[in-house]
Design a protein around this ligand. Structure first.
Ligand code: OAD
Length: 238
């Protein structure tokens, strides 16, 4: 088999960045133990208290400036030498890109980007309006060129996931699906693997049990860095 032709769809969650020092959302020391997602990561929270939401993402950006990609991000990027790899990440950090991955789809948005808030549901933004601010702060009163308040380029709870259809296509076209470090609690991302072809193996790397139990998922119970080594050994044996 010519492995160069194999397509791998990788779905990642907060666990892939845990070894870089970023907190996950759920579980011990999870961010959602410290913050209420309905306050800092929902569209209602943004309408109610935008200052709090901006400060949460300012904090996340500051943290992001200090961390580095870990061995798992690097191993995922390295796979591009031999496979056609597309990363679908629920993470709003930029560690996959900084590790060298060239095809990264951010399902839940990006912490290092902002956009003008448009209307009540904010659905119809165009990519051209998105501004890369790196690790800068954004505060109430900071306006986009069109005069509206800048908001985080994040898919808040209560908002649609605009890149979901593209993500489904990527999974549907893949020969292998690899899931790393997500508790599979948040839909629609958690159901993505179901779009994998019936003959496409689905691997999951996570040290813990996850919310979805499905016999078609091969669970590698390990931290992301070690799990990637095990996954790559299995691929080489095929
Ligand atoms: P969670 O915090 O729900 O799950 C993280 C998963 O990573 C858990 O299953 C952990 O067992 C696992 N994990 C922890 N350390 C790990 C390590 N070193 N290596 C591998 N796995 C490890 O995070 P997500 O599933 O990413 O959405 O959460 C999904 C979405 O919920 C996020 O994108 C975010 C959140 O609310 C938004 O903010 C819109």
């Amino acid at each position: 088999m010519d492995s160069r032709k194999l397509k791998i769809a990788v779905l990642t969650g907060a666990g892939v960045s845990a070894e870089s020092g970023l907190s996950t959302f759920r579980g011990n020391n999870g961010l959602w133990g410290e913050y209420d997602p309905q306050e800092v990561a929902s569209i209602e929270g943004w309408r109610r208290e935008p200052e709090l939401v901006l400060s949460f993402y300012n904090g996340l950006r500051k943290q992001l400036a200090k961390v580095k990609p870990n061995a798992a991000h690097l191993a995922i990027a390295e796979m591009e030498k031999d496979f056609s790899v597309t990363v679908i990440t629920q993470n709003v950090d930029n560690l996959h890109e900084r590790a060298g991955s060239t095809w990264v789809l951010h399902l839940h948005g990006e912490a290092t980007k902002v956009r003008p808030e448009n209307g009540v549901y904010d659905r119809n933004f165009s990519e051209a309006e998105v501004i890369d601010i790196g690790y800068e702060e954004v505060n109430l009163g900071d306006k986009a060129p069109n005069g509206s308040q800048l908001r985080p380029h994040i898919v808040f709870f209560g908002e649609a996931v605009p890149k979901m259809e593209r993500a489904i296509d990527i999974v549907d076209e893949a020969d292998i699906m690899l899931i790393v470090g997500t508790s599979l609690n948040v839909y629609p991302a958690a159901g993505l693997y179901r779009y994998a072809r019936a003959d496409a193996p689905v691997y999951l790397i996570d040290p813990e049990e996850v919310a979805v139990r499905d016999p078609r998922i091969t669970h590698i119970r390990a931290l992301a860095s070690r799990g990637m080594e095990i996954f790559l050994e299995r691929l080489r044996r095929k």
